[in-house]
Design a protein around this ligand. Structure first.
Ligand code: GLN
Length: 205
């Protein structure tokens, strides 16, 4: 049974996600077809999707215009696993305020009930790497790459906190939905991708 996993290729670092998922699938010996997706039609055929990092306002606007925002929401609400990375996690949220600009009124998927601050650690020059821990994913040590990263200050009912850095929440999970403020595709370690592929495989009927 082939797992069909798509990377939303509207904007952001798509290619790195393709490569790291292919690597993870090979290491797990899982039969997975990893593709770039843009349209509603392509998204509707998937078993799992990654919304990559990039610029959440652009991803939101373009996916709203081409209709993929609606399809993504329907598929994820009905149980398709999603990994939202950085801007992708912002897309999953129901509120996104920028640290400096404040309310941005950008199109969001409204899937995770979280209070989120964009660019929480500063701008591009404040990007950094740090060791973090993802205990509940059985990943005790992980290299987090943070690029103009958001942080979560509050989570709603049922949202599990997977990791914190400097008292800020940087990874969350609710059922089929995972969000990370850091970029798993920018490290050689494929543990997060493997966790995600296993989740897709366990939820595929
Ligand atoms: N700062 C970006 C945003 O708010 C996210 C950055 C990223 O995805 N690396 O959309």
């Amino acid at each position: 049974m082939t797992l069909k996993v798509g990377i939303l290729a509207i904007q952001g670092d798509v290619q790195e996600n393709v490569l790291s998922l292919v690597k993870a699938a090979t290491e797990l010996k899982i039969d997975a077809e990893i593709s770039q997706v843009m349209t509603s039609d392509e998204i509707s055929k998937l078993d799992g999707v990654v919304i990559p990092g990039g610029e959440s306002t652009t991803i939101g606007q373009l996916s709203l215009v081409n209709g993929s925002l609606k399809t993504l929401k329907e598929k994820i609400d009905s149980g398709m696993p999603v990994l939202g990375i950085c801007a992708g996690m912002i897309m999953l949220s129901n509120t996104a305020n920028d640290r400096i600009v404040g309310t941005t009124n950008q199109p969001l998927l409204n899937i995770l009930d979280i209070k989120l601050e964009r660019n929480s650690f500063g701008r591009q020059k404040d990007s950094f790497e740090s060791d973090i821990s993802l205990e509940s994913m059985s990943i005790p040590k992980y290299r987090g790459v943070f690029i103009r990263a958001p942080a979560i200050s509050e989570v709603g009912d049922g949202v599990e906190i997977l990791s914190k850095f400097n008292e800020k929440i940087v990874a969350v999970k609710k059922g089929n939905v995972i969000g990370t403020a850091f970029h798993p595709e920018l490290t050689q370690d494929t543990s997060v991708q493997k966790y995600f592929l296993n989740l897709i495989s366990s939820l595929k009927n």
